[in-house]
Design a protein around this ligand. Structure first.
Ligand code: UT7
Length: 313
């Protein structure tokens, strides 16, 4: 029996906010189309900020709020599919900036929009063998660097940002998890590495169907594992923020009460691995997520991958 205890969270968004209206100046789209299809009004795009800047901003906040110091951290993981470099990893650069000890276990992992939950599970699994009992897990993306700003099918959907959590392993707690992958080269793809310019390509409809299937399936599996009969026995559901219609569809299928499923894609768009930790941080800071609450999280995206976790905050 053991589960991760999330001690503190943080988030960092680049300064520049781009609205649907702004995008409609350069591609044939409108706020009406984007908001009605996705629930997105605006997103943040990096100008001068790097992925490391975002990861560091979120991680520093989480570290300060945890009351820990760099000397307490034994694992540092960054979930990202848009790192600044193929090597060095963002996690190694973050280790240097945070002043984490040299024997800290540091690496990036790519599970796309499920990256934060894959990171949480990986950090939890690594902690017993790590030199110190605390881990920092970050989701950080600069998706604007792999976007074709002339492709209206994708450029309205994504945003940049980072979220972080400081965790320890708690042997008195339990959690339930579900992980999955369905290798698929066509539905979400980013070209490279190599000389070919990278641009994210997504077949929206099949991905929408995949997402609806795995989000509902993961929630049902997690409820059953915890002996719960209804999603309304939970205090909060935090899904990856790709599209409000996916969340609304699943909430309706599960007969969820109003407000149970958190949504913030209106201000951030789809920030991939960063979306769940950003949402968690907003909820904690607003006082909506309190110790003892039963929280279910589900991520899904490129790979294709998915991941879910049900734990007590
Ligand atoms: O994080 C990874 C997981 N990703 C997801 O979960 C995304 C899942 N998919 C979706 O969220 C939706 O499929 C989209 C939001 C991407 C698209 O919504 P849709 O209802 O599936 O629209 P569509 O692809 O069927 O496009 C309908 C029409 C097309 O025009 P035609 O071919 O019917 O004439 C598109 O060209 O809308 C057009 N369109 C746009 N029009 C205005 C596509 N993008 C835009 C746009 N503005 N930005």
């Amino acid at each position: 029996m053991s589960a991760p205890h999330i001690l503190a969270t943080g988030r960092c968004l680049p300064a520049r906010v781009v609205s649907n209206e702004d995008l409609s100046q350069t591609v044939d789209t409108s706020d009406q189309w984007v908001f009605s299809r996705t629930g997105i009004h605006s997103r943040h795009f990096c100008q001068s900020e790097t992925g490391l800047d975002l990861a560091l901003g979120a991680a520093r906040q989480a570290m300060e709020r945890s009351g820990l110091t760099a000397a307490d951290i034994g694992v540092c993981l960054v979930g990202t599919f848009t790192p600044d470099h193929a090597s060095p990893s963002t996690a190694c650069l973050l280790q240097r900036e945070l002043g984490l000890p040299e024997d800290t276990i540091c690496f990036d992992l790519n599970a796309a929009c499920a990256g934060f939950l894959y990171g949480l599970q990986t950090a939890h699994a690594l902690l017993p063998g790590a030199p110190r009992p605390y881990a920092i897990v970050v989701g950080a993306e600069v998706i604007s660097r792999v976007m074709d700003m002339t492709d209206r099918n994708t450029c309205v959907l994504f945003g940049d940002g980072a979220g972080a959590a400081v965790i320890r392993r708690d042997e008195t707690r339990t959690w339930h998890t579900v992980f999955g992958a369905r290798g698929d080269q066509s539905s979400i793809r980013v070209q490279g590495p190599g000389p070919v310019p990278s641009a994210i390509h997504m077949e929206g409809k099949p991905v929408f169907r995949f997402a609806a299937e795995v989000v509902e399936g993961s929630i049902r599996q997690l409820l059953e594992a915890d002996g719960l009969t209804s999603v309304n026995d939970l205090d909060l559901v935090v899904c990856h923020q790709a599209n409000a219609r996916i969340i609304d569809h699943v909430a309706k299928r599960l007969k969820a009460r109003e407000g149970l499923f958190y949504k913030n894609m209106d201000r951030y768009g789809n920030t991939s691995a960063a979306s769940i930790p950003i949402a968690l941080d907003e909820l904690v800071q607003s006082g909506a997520l309190l110790p003892g609450m039963r929280v279910l999280m589900v991520g899904f995206g490129g790979g294709l991958t998915w991941a879910g976790a049900l734990l007590r905050w």
